[in-house]
Design a protein around this ligand. Sequence first.
Ligand SMILES: Nc1ncnc2c1ncn2[C@@H]1O[C@H](COP(=O)(O)OP(=O)(O)O)[C@@H](O)[C@H]1O
Ligand SMILES: [Mg+2]
Length: 306
Amino acid sequence: MTDTLPSSVDAALEMLRNGNYVADRSLSTALYLALKLGRPLFLEGEAGVGKTEIGKVLSESLGRRLIRLQCYEGLDVASAVYEWNYSMQMIDIRIAEASGQGDRERIEEDIFSEKFLIKRPLLQALEEDETGEPPVLLIDELDRTDEPFEAFLLEVLSDFQVTIPEIGTVKAKKPPIVIITSNRTREIHDAIKRRCFYFWVDYPDAKRELEILKVKVPDAPEKLTQQVVEFVQHLRNRDLFKQPGVAETIDWTNALIQLDKIDLDPETVNSSLGVLLKYQDDIERVQGSEAAQILDEVKAGISAGS
Ligand SMILES: Nc1ncnc2c1ncn2[C@@H]1O[C@H](COP(=O)(O)OP(=O)(O)O)[C@@H](O)[C@H]1O
Ligand SMILES: [Mg+2]
């Protein structure tokens, strides 16, 4: 399935929704504009708010290949762009020597041809697929790399070409759709941001989080999802080391279903907090009286509202 780019903000919203992603208008607008202007979309936000998922859903919805570059400390050009298949080259040399074809120049030409090139994500992203359309390139968690890599990336993002000394310059016929994410463990250089359409992905409000749960955990009882969402929203207002993301809300709902719960009670909350909070200090803080107090507020709020 190959679909064309969305033709309006509403179409972008609907495209994401059909891919089971519940976006708000501001995110859909950012996506629509980034696609329209042919700019990379830079998504920054806390872990678990749905940044990576946007790249995945976009590739699925558009029927484009997804090429993912997962960033990490020490990521280098050999892992991000290309490297030579050293062991295959060695074998080739041995075979050539053994069969008496030891013409040095010919061997060199042969072993530095595409056959021995291992293409990594950034090089793959410059090639179109069988349909002739460029892929979606997801550069995930850019904040985990270092500044030299950022500088290199900036170069790739400006001309979508890579030079391999032994082969020549590889240039994309059509630039890929680029999604960059950052969990903001450090600031990304302005030069990269300037090239992109920037969007801060926030935690969803209660209404949107409820919709997300309906899509992601459709079998959950209505009352339970409402309580879960309100509880998590209250929790995000507390002073915590790490607030629960959407991923945690989904996990918690699934966990509660496994426990056959249709209604939250203090004991269940206390015993399952580890699904929501991942730091012992946070769990210790919330467990007990604070959890009970939040639960009271949640239940009072829901019965007042309905
Ligand atoms: N708006 C949303 N609609 C649907 N699912 C979402 C949404 N936001 C987050 N999720 C879900 O939450 C989980 C975490 O999202 P992810 O994209 O991995 O977060 P991040 O990359 O920001 O850390 C995924 O399972 C994703 O499906
Ligand atoms: Mg992510």
